[in-house]
Design a protein around this ligand. Structure first.
Ligand SMILES: [Zn+2]
Length: 394
């Protein structure tokens, strides 16, 4: 009997409906004063873990309050000003100042954080004006060259290369897609995967992981925005009248978005920016310092369901297992496993479809089947070459 009819890779580990990750863009060695911004609102990472820093806010307001939450940080390694920067601005490559190198290394060691690549300069000058770094690159070589130079900054800070990353401004081309895959990235965020922040009619196939560029790299979707509730409807803006009917309408939008993701088993990946300040003096709408109560509301909603708090690389690993793991019955009755290489995961979660299966046995002994919210599951170490099915005895 084909073993794949009796068990298969689970939708997500531990019976979870969806994986969850908060994605924070633009952590950089930058200090950027802007109109109406004070203290940590001007900080993109320049202050490290210092008092009144943006990162302290993340630690106290998010990581402290939500002890399971996993965060991915998208780091432009040499963020440059978009225009003449306001007086008092500081822009440094991440490998320039020792205190920043130390700060970033500590983040990379944090068990609930994954650091990812977000371009070298983020923006660049062209004859057509300022463009996002990859936006008009039609030559794979040019894009690859830029990535390699960016990774030189990265490698002077971190012990390991980034596994994934994100296009600055979500702007890339076919040529840059190929360059990203050839540079060795295993997953990449290519776009905001809804038509609009508040849209509830996006198709599931737009919100899922998918291969791009000849199946070498996975697109990791961005499926929610942290500012889906407009700021004037929140508790941070006490002087605005609380228009509860508008607020209720927006909450319904968010509920519909989250329900769709959970029902279809799609990743819940929430986009945010580290700080509100921008060099054009405007306040960046999507930023976690303004969105604190909206994020709480969102996470409360999500936490009513069984979810898997995971790093983007773990989500990509599990998806790769689901898509490409093969099981083969061997002559001796054992079932051989052919699993793709994984970056962070250590176990394969198998969903047991046949109620007659009591446990799986590996060379190290039996592994029991567990009941989870998503069905009966059994977790095998990724190094396992083969296993046997242990049938229930009546
Ligand atoms: Zn960015």
């Amino acid at each position: 009997m084909d073993p794949m009819t009796r068990l298969r890779v689970a939708r997500w580990p531990n019976g979870a409906a969806s994986p969850v990750n908060l994605m924070i863009d633009d952590l950089a060695d930058v200090w950027l004063p802007a109109r109406g911004c004070r203290g940590r609102e001007c900080d993109w990472g320049f202050l490290g873990r210092g008092p009144d820093s943006a990162w302290r806010f993340v630690e106290e307001r998010l990581l402290g309050r939500w002890p399971d939450l996993h965060i991915s940080l998208y780091i432009p390694v040499n963020r440059r000003p978009l225009m003449e920067p306001p007086a008092g601005s500081r822009f440094h490559p991440i490998d320039e100042r020792p205190e920043t190198r130390e700060f970033l290394r500590a983040l990379a060691d944090h068990p609930r954080i994954e650091c990812a690549y977000h371009g070298k300069d983020h923006f660049r000058d062209t004859p057509q004006g300022r463009l996002q770094e990859f936006q008009d690159q039609d030559s794979e070589e040019e894009a690859r060259e830029g990535i390699l130079r960016g990774l030189e900054h990265w490698n002077r800070v971190f012990d390991a290369p980034p596994i994934g990353g994100k296009y600055p401004g979500y702007q890339g081309t076919d040529a840059t897609d190929r360059a990203v895959a050839k540079a060795g990235f295993r997953w990449w965020c290519r776009r905001f995967n809804r038509t609009r922040i508040q849209s509830t009619d996006s198709l599931p196939e737009e919100l899922t992981l998918r291969w791009f560029t000849d199946e070498r790299c996975l697109e990791l979707p961005t499926t929610l925005a942290g500012n889906v509730l407009p700021p004037w409807l929140r508790s941070e803006w006490p002087r605005w009248p609380k228009r509860w009917w508008q607020r209720r309408r927006m909450e319904t939008v968010l509920e519909m978005q989250v329900e769709q993701l959970l029902a279809a088993g799609l990743p819940i990946t929430i986009q945010e920016h580290i700080a509100p300040s921008r060099e054009d003096g405007k306040r960046q709408r999507n930023n976690l310092q303004d969105d604190g109560s909206a994020l709480d509301w969102m996470l409360n909603l999500i936490h009513r369901h069984p979810v898997w708090h995971a790093h983007p690389s773990e989500i990509a690993d599990h998806w790769r297992l689901r898509e490409t793991l093969r099981l083969e019955v061997r002559g001796d009755g054992w079932i051989g496993i052919q699993a793709p290489p994984c970056d962070l995961l250590t176990h394969i979660e198998l969903e047991i479809l046949d109620p007659r299966i009591a446990a799986l046995a590996t060379g190290d002994g039996p592994v029991p089947v567990r009941d989870t919210p998503g069905g009966r599951c059994c977790s095998l170490h990724l190094g396992t070459q083969a296993f046997r099915i242990m049938e229930r005895t009546r």
